[in-house]
Design a protein around this ligand. Structure first.
Ligand code: AHR
Length: 354
């Protein structure tokens, strides 16, 4: 018998033994099917992940692009992501852009090329400049989530944004400033804006202007304080010396660091914040709470930085192809006033986490 014939006979014998042993016909082994890509209502095509639809936190490798250091709010925002990632076993690769959008774009590009990364989360320094890296992310199969700040790119280019409604914060600020100035005849307000290009500042400015006319507020000067005490103090000090500007009764600061810088400048000019000039900030940090308690800060509109759990939970849904996610999920926020009284504010202070 030649070799080929004996191999064929052996194979037939083995096959018939197997079929007889099982007593039934062999059934085909099912092959794993890749889930089809789904699209959210904003038109974002969710990239299909290898682990979907059963991805867990441990499958999540996040390229996290942060703005850079901006004060207590940003520190709390970072900590919220770090802590939740640690408890859930999520891998976070954090990039600190030092406040420069060009650094963010190059980090985005790097994460797009990193085969280990399946998610990119960004708090954008600017509203503009992200279209190309977003297209690149779609091609590379990376899920993109915006935390905190918005961008001008269409919502069909990212899964969702989770953060504050900054226009609403600006509107609340104007209403609160109207209340702070209710006993003043003149209502001249200077504005210390956020870093140029950031959505938080652009939208707060917009919301404030939508409501300030209700009580006759006029904005007499506006300049960036770059979110910091250090940059704000000289701006306000210069306004207080400028004959064309110094007659102002209110400071609308786009965050608490800037409000604290304004308070320092007003005190150093020999005036009394909370009496001669009313100051309003946003964030509701612990330091600002202390200023509310001593009456130097008139009102504080909360902006919630503790977004880690909410953002990372939504991200897991995206990894598993959940197309029901809205393109914007606002965070819950309150507001606080010096007029609530020191005792009431002191009772709230221990509950503040940042
Ligand atoms: O985008 C949110 C803003 O950014 C906060 O108000 C500010 O403090 C922060 O750094």
């Amino acid at each position: 018998m030649n070799k080929k014939l004996s191999w064929l006979i052996c194979s037939l014998v083995v096959l018939s033994v197997l079929v007889t042993a099982c007593g039934q016909k062999a059934t085909p082994v099912p092959t794993a099917t890749k889930p089809a890509a789904k699209t959210t209502s904003s038109g974002y095509v969710i990239p299909v992940q290898k682990c979907a639809p059963n991805c867990t936190y441990k499958d999540m490798v996040v390229g996290f692009i942060q703005t850079g250091p901006e004060g207590a709010w940003r520190t709390a925002n970072n900590a919220s992501f770090d802590e939740y990632a640690k408890t859930q076993g999520i891998t976070l690769k954090v990039y600190d852009a030092q406040g420069k959008v060009e650094n963010q774009i190059s980090a985005f590009h790097t994460f797009n090329q990193d085969p280990a990364v399946n998610v990119i989360i960004i708090a954008a320094d600017d509203t503009k400049g992200f279209d190309d890296v977003l297209k690149e992310a779609a091609t590379a199969g990376k899920l993109v989530v915006l935390e905190d700040r918005s961008i001008d790119s269409p919502a069909s280019m990212y899964y969702t944004r989770i953060g504050s409604d900054f226009v609403a914060e600006g509107q609340k600020s104007a209403v609160a400033m109207c209340d702070l100035l209710k006993n003043f005849t003149k209502k001249n307000v200077v504005e210390v804006s956020g870093a140029v290009g950031a959505s938080a500042g652009i939208d707060r400015a917009k919301g404030f202007r939508q409501k300030m006319g209700d009580c006759g507020i006029t904005i007499t000067a506006s300049q960036t304080g770059n979110w910091t005490v250090a940059d704000t103090k000289p701006v306000v000090a210069a306004w207080l010396k400028d004959p064309a500007i110094k007659d102002f009764q209110g400071v609308f600061a786009h965050n608490d660091e800037e409000a604290l810088g304004a308070i320092q400048a007003i005190k150093e000019a020999g005036l009394q914040p909370g009496k001669d000039i009313m100051v309003l900030g946003l964030d509701a940090t612990k330091d600002a709470f202390a200023a509310l308690i001593d009456g130097t800060l008139g009102a504080d509109i909360e902006c919630n930085p503790l977004l880690g759990p909410q953002v990372l939970d939504a991200t897991l849904k995206g990894l598993n192809g959940d197309a029901t996610m809205p393109s914007f999920v606002p965070s819950n926020e309150g507001q606080f006033f010096a007029s609530q009284g020191a005792d009431a504010l002191k009772a709230i202070l221990p509950t503040r986490k940042y």
